[in-house]
Design a protein around this ligand. Structure first.
Ligand code: ZN
Ligand code: ZN
Length: 329
């Protein structure tokens, strides 16, 4: 029997991961410690969006970050630099992946979820072109809002208006808070994203992100202005929870650069004949194809708890389509 006999959903994709889409086993009952270790090992011990963002934050902090003491007043020098520190990694990672996967076709169709190419000459998109549309909403809208929020938070940190920590004063908290940031981001994302799927907000705002049924690296944070105003409020946690600037740097890259990988459309990146890195996320790819499912991430299984989990099966597609119909009638 072939995979498509067992699961008719497989016929709808070029590549379809076997079995139900994985969720973080940390929330399973009874506890499965070895599965939890494998899950976190898979996220932190190879090239993934997490390790890439951590590496980026550390490198940027050591080499390019303007000291907090310079940020006590709003000055064009450091503000411009913060904008550049957002723009450059975004352009390098999204541009590099787009070039390698979609222009150079460096790994052909290997582990590409969708059969189709990205869309050209289609009036749904700004400039009638999916890639130019996505570049505009990412570098124009998302980078601007993200940068303005970061300016405010760094300025508040520099002036001691919010609680901060240093490595030497609280090394344990420093590490714990860093490792909790992805979980906070997932929690915040789920609720903001659910709100954006309210039919009114969807039609006027979130539809910009969902123009991309078939996604590519530049689709990651290709969002309407208003969506970005909500999406990047995740950074305001640093106004409450004692943080170091590098916590915000990591949070920023996790929020901005990791969606580039998760929207890349390919599950793995190949270097030569070996799989070098984890990239695309079938969990979210399903959200782009079927809309009213998988609003969160696989990190905290809110979708499972609230009945909107699409596990990649044909039954889940039928259920999601029925739910969507009922939402819009
Ligand atoms: Zn959505
Ligand atoms: Zn998306």
């Amino acid at each position: 029997m072939t995979d498509s006999d067992q699961n008719p959903e497989a016929a709808r994709w070029h590549y379809h991961p076997q079995g139900p889409v994985a969720l973080n086993p940390l929330f399973n009952w009874p506890p499965r410690p070895s599965a939890v270790l494998r899950w976190y090992g898979g996220a932190w011990l190879q090239i993934t969006s997490l390790t890439l963002c951590m590496g980026l934050a550390a490198t940027v902090y050591v080499l390019f970050f303007p000291g907090l003491e310079t940020m006590k007043t709003f000055q064009p020098g450091w503000m411009f630099r913060i904008w550049l520190l957002n723009m450059m990694p975004q352009i390098l990672v999204a541009g590099g992946l787009h070039w390698w996967l979609y222009m150079r076709k460096g790994q052909g169709m290997y582990k590409k979820f969708d059969r189709r190419n990205l869309t050209r000459d289609n009036g749904t998109f700004t400039f009638r072109n999916q890639v130019w549309d996505n570049i505009w909403w990412t570098l124009g809208s998302a980078m601007t809002v993200a940068t303005i929020y970061q300016w405010g938070i760094y300025w508040a940190m520099a002036n001691g208006y919010v609680p901060t920590v240093t490595w030497s004063a609280a090394p344990v908290w420093f590490v714990i808070w860093m490792s909790l940031i992805p979980m906070w981001s997932g929690l915040h994302f789920y609720w903001v994203h659910r709100l954006e799927h309210h039919p009114k907000l969807y039609k006027h705002v979130h539809a910009v992100h969902h123009r991309n049924v078939n996604i590519g690296p530049w689709s990651g944070i290709s969002n309407h202005w208003f969506e970005n105003l909500l999406y990047f409020t995740t950074y305001f946690i640093h106004l409450i929870v004692p943080s170091h600037p590098i916590h915000l740097l990591f949070h920023a890259y996790f929020q901005q650069v990791s969606p580039v990988l998760s929207h890349s459309g390919f599950e793995k990146l190949k270097a030569g004949e070996t799989e070098a890195a984890r990239a695309g996320d079938f969990f979210h790819q399903l959200h782009h194809r079927y809309f009213e499912c998988n609003y969160g991430t696989s990190e905290i299984p809110f979708d499972k708890w609230f009945g909107t989990y699409h596990d990649g099966s044909a039954e889940a597609t039928t259920r999601t389509r029925a739910y969507k119909k009922q939402m819009y009638t």
